[in-house]
Design a binder for this molecule. Structure first.
Ligand code: OMD
Ligand code: FE2
Length: 437
């Protein structure tokens, strides 16, 4: 299967791995060329408004009903879905973990998925889960699809190659990809191990945020999103297909690769994006704007401006604001914030928040810069400073994120995390408008 991409976000694409495999001017001819079967994959209700109507037509060696069979329920390992309340005994609090080592034993994209949080309700198609992928093995003759939502995969260490029904997507740290709900794939590792953060979106699909007064350019630009060209496997070997469906895992044995789509057209397809292409817009005079200015993609809920999930990044940029406390302010937020660090240092947490680690600042729980970041940002001359070699991100949800037992028992959970605010001493002195520092 070859790599090759088409540029654009949400376009109606068309691509064929063999000439004339795509029917012209119709979707479902009496006989498709090359003896292919025509099949529609719908990501939205048939009658969804045009703006969020998503479907593709696939021309494949076998209809996907032939890549199905008698499903058996299998052990779901460390994968959890919402609602999953009460699994963790930990009281509420600000939480942070160091990077989790790749566990022993063979761990592929399925057995290497470890759920950290769940939010909302998978069957109500609303909410999300944050997982870690800790993998040391490629999927061989083994395929997967997630009926419960689309997967946003954020590579952190090691490169991943997704062989999908629609073609091949390769990502490295700094890049992300989206595999839509229902799309079958197999994940290969480029090296011995890989670590990624995975956001499972149970709700409406990720889209680009409106830019409002920013205008037509900057932030994530549509042309930088890449969708694979058609590429297929014609391979008849005993294989398995695993499905995540309403929170459970099921497996069926099949006699061939289900990645047998020779041509496809439509707007429901996987894609990737290089986060280093993101063009941030920020404060060029004073004050620290809301982090929503760094939204890469948003998965809306029914309530306008109140996202099911916002995918936000904190990329390399200049900090130039004057007479301004430049790091994030202290805050409490109705939304819940799961953060990860792909590489470098995050300005609000110079220590303890390490690449591969993650933190959870849940609904209404206060947080902000640690004592040393506060000290540093509150003193000194405010010259322009370039924040280099840094890439953090946030999965921010309107729903509280419930911890899994697995996450609550991780050895890398930092029990002393809240001590990072210990040094924030009382500075108040009613007799001095300008206190000494
Ligand atoms: O808590 C965090 O570090 C994320 C964050 C960053 C920011 O610049 C403003 C608000 C916010 O929640
Ligand atoms: Fe925050």
């Amino acid at each position: 299967m070859s790599d090759g991409y088409m540029s654009g976000f949400g376009n109606s694409f068309e691509t064929e791995a063999l000439p004339h495999a795509l029917p012209v001017g119709r979707n479902s001819p009496q006989r498709a060329n090359y003896g292919l079967y025509a099949e529609q994959l719908s990501g939205s209700a048939f009658t969804a408004p045009r703006v969020n109507n998503e479907r593709s037509w696939l021309y494949r060696i076998r209809p996907s009903v032939k890549h199905s069979g008698r499903y058996k329920k299998i052990d779901k390992g460390a994968i959890r879905s919402a609602p999953n309340a009460g699994e963790s005994e930990l009281p509420i609090g600000q939480l942070r973990w160091g990077p989790v080592p790749i566990p022993d034993g063979e761990r592929d994209f399925i057995s290497g998925l470890f759920t950290i949080t769940t939010a909302g309700d998978v069957e109500a198609q609303s909410g999300m889960a944050a997982h870690l992928l800790l993998a040391n093995s490629s999927m061989r003759d083994s395929y997967f699809f997630n009926a419960d939502g689309e997967l946003l995969i954020v590579a952190q260490e090691g490169s991943l190659r997704f062989h999908t029904e629609f073609g091949v997507i390769a990502i490295e740290p700094g890049e992300v990809c989206i595999i839509p709900r229902g799309v079958i794939f197999r994940c290969e590792l480029a090296g011995a191990t890989a670590r990624a953060y995975v956001c499972e979106n149970y709700g409406g699909v990720f889209t680009l945020p409106n830019r409002g007064p920013i205008g037509a350019n900057c932030l994530a630009n549509a042309r930088d999103f890449l969708t694979p060209v058609a590429s297929y496997e014609d391979k008849e070997v005993p294989s398995s297909l695993t499905v995540k469906w309403c929170g459970e895992l099921y497996r069926t044995e099949i006699g061939q690769s289900p990645l047998d789509v020779v041509a496809w057209h439509g707007n429901y397809a996987p894609y990737k994006y290089d986060l280093r292409r993101y063009s941030p817009v920020g404060a060029i005079s004073f004050d620290h704007p809301d982090p929503s200015i760094f939204t890469v993609m948003t998965a809306p809920s029914e309530s306008e401006g109140t996202a099911n999930i916002d995918f936000v990044i904190f990329p390399e940029r200049w900090a130039v604001a004057e007479n301004t406390f430049r790091p994030p302010w202290y805050h409490r937020n109705i939304m819940s914030e799961f953060m990860g660090l792909i590489y470098g240092v995050y300005d609000a947490k110079p220590e303890g928040f390490t690449p591969g680690g993650f933190s959870l600042h849940n609904m209404m729980l206060p947080h902000g810069p640690d004592a040393s970041a506060f000290e540093h940002a509150s003193t000194g001359e405010q010259k322009p400073v370039k924040l280099t070699n840094t890439l953090a991100f946030m999965f921010e949800s309107r729903f509280p994120q419930k911890l899994t037992k697995f996450a609550s028992e991780l050895a890398t959970l930092q029990s002393n995390y809240i001590d990072c605010w210990d040094g924030l001493k009382k500075r108040f002195d009613p007799t001095k408008i300008t206190p000494d520092w």
